[in-house]
Design a protein around this ligand. Sequence first.
Ligand code: NAP
Length: 260
Amino acid sequence: MIDLNKLCGMKGKIAVITGAASGIGAGISKFFADAGVTVVMADINESLANCVKEEIIAAGNNSIFIKCDVTKESDCKALADAVIEKFGKIDILVNCAGVARRHTVETLSEADWDLALNVTLKSVFLMSKHIVPYMKKAGGGKIVNIGSGWALKGGDHAVSYCAAKAGVWNMTRAMAIDHGPDNINVNCVCPGDIDTPMLKSECEQLGGVYDEKFKEECAQRPMARLGAPVDVAMCVFFLCSDMSPWVTGTSLVVDGGGIA
Ligand code: NAP
């Protein structure tokens, strides 16, 4: 009989997860913690992050929260150094923080362009810049960048988001090429519509009614439902586990067939 825990090799791993206080990041944090990973939650939303951390600890699992604005290099460096000081290693980095501003080029402000690009794309660069050297020193690691279906195709009223996510996806391939020789796997997970506060906010920005809009849209898709954070978490888990040692530079679309 296969020992799945042994095969996954996740117990005792140290994972840094950005955007961990809400939605998909919170789902990944809880799923990883349930599998025996010590989760370092990185987010700007202190109150939400503390709620998720308490939930993880109440379940008997391990997590710490470090407040981190992923758009600031000093915060990203301080986080990486603090984790090494406390745990001695970082096995996994999941770059999940992101924001969506639903505008066309005509209506998007320069400030919102900068925000979307900084939180969604520049953060992947900054966190990776300060964590990759520790992974190299340790002999390897796993990085998963959260993209989007809109990394692969365009979407309406989403120019900054589409630009940022396409950047995340192609940057993933560039990082995989650079760091394959360091035994660091770098992959991208591209979710479709997932039931999170971000999706609700997008719906509000577009003037829609959340339940109605997505009931209608999902009915046209192959799996006919919205995704849940755990749908994404399970795929991220696979790419961070020992079960995917030869998978790097790829994107895994997790969207119930939405862009099939
Ligand atoms: P979410 O619920 O809004 O969670 C995002 C988290 O990131 C929030 O806790 C947010 O804090 C935090 N954050 C924002 N700016 C930050 C910063 N500068 N530094 C650190 N943390 C920051 O979003 P989600 O739906 O889970 O999305 C997570 C990722 O999946 C994003 O990259 C998103 O683009 C991607 N994605 C989502 C969907 C979807 O349908 N939900 C689909 C495809 C891809 P605040 O709440 O305080 O802003």
